[in-house]
Design a protein around this ligand. Structure first.
Ligand SMILES: Cc1ncc(COP(=O)(O)O)c(C=O)c1O
Length: 270
């Protein structure tokens, strides 16, 4: 079981579980047997989970899908449902984990424990590395060496991973992410209040999205011309995922540029 608007990656299994048909273009047929439910809608999941369901795979915050934060009660409901119906709860924290929301892992905000957790992106400070964490129950089904990957777990990337992980998990580092994230969102809300082209602001920690009513690419281009790199998520969100070591001054500068870019894109539309 996976979710509409999810994104789990470009390898075949992960792509098949990605609930956005645009990513399947040219790669079909996708793996069968994966059903998609509505994110943040427990009834829609409960309807589709059967005794054949092996797992529920979900991002605590949908990243590529438009920066859609999960609701705590939805995630607590998923945990209960998975336990009741005997399937695993797998959290894809590849984008939202490892400090991005101001907790080491985003699901800590929901007060739940997954059976399997996937982490990657920032884990080795830019070197390619991913990790999968399993509960004892899930781990009992596989053994070291069952599976491998040519470049996975090499000494250079794992040494970097160890260093980065020990930095990120420090309470003062995570507290700074919460503060800087609040600053970023407050600034985006301000732009939203001043400029009707921005129709909504969402996010957690240093992962934020601002929906725009104009063409997102126009805003992205205008930001880039001024030195700010942002990208599109979903159909109409501009996504902000700055480095976790971003400074307050840089956040203010980014907000300034975004505000100018929105004005420029809005004028072109008008
Ligand atoms: C939530 C999520 N899962 C997984 C991935 C991994 O994607 P890939 O397989 O392309 O490295 C990404 C990358 O953007 C992601 O955002």
């Amino acid at each position: 079981m996976a979710f509409h608007h999810s994104f789990h990656g470009r390898t075949y299994g992960a792509l098949s579980a990605t609930g956005q048909a645009k990513f399947w273009d040219g790669f079909a047929p996708m793996l069968p047997g994966i059903h998609f439910a509505e994110f943040n809608n427990l009834d829609s999941v409960a309807e589709k989970v059967t005794d054949k369901t092996c797992a529920i795979l979900v991002e605590p915050i949908q990243g590529e899908g438009g920066v859609n934060p999960g609701h705590a009660d939805f995630f607590q409901g998923l945990r209960e449902l998975a336990d009741e119906r005997g399937c695993l709860l797998i959290l894809d924290e590849i984008q939202c984990g490892l400090g991005r929301t101001g907790k080491l892992f985003a699901h800590e905000w929901f007060d739940i424990t997954p059976d399997i957790l996937c982490a990657a992106k920032p884990i080795a400070g830019g070197l390619p590395l991913g990790a999968i964490l399993l509960s004892e129950k899930a781990a009992a089904a596989i053994k070291p060496g069952n599976h491998g990957t040519t470049f996975g777990g090499g000494p250079l990337a794992t040494a970097a991973g160890r260093y980065v992980f020990n930095k990120i998990r420090r309470p003062e580092f995570l507290a700074a992410v919460i503060e800087k994230g609040a600053r970023l969102r407050a600034g985006l809300h301000q732009v939203h209040l001043m400029q009707p082209v921005v129709t909504a602001v969402r996010g957690m920690g240093l992962m934020a999205g601002a929906d725009v009513s104009c063409a997102p690419q126009a805003v992205i281009d205008a930001c880039r011309e001024r030195g700010l790199l942002v990208c599109k998520a979903g159909e109409k969100a501009i996504r902000f995922v700055p480095p976790l070591i971003v400074s307050e001054t840089e956040i203010d500068e980014a907000l300034n540029i975004f505000s100018q870019a929105i004005r420029q894109a809005g004028q072109k539309e008008g």
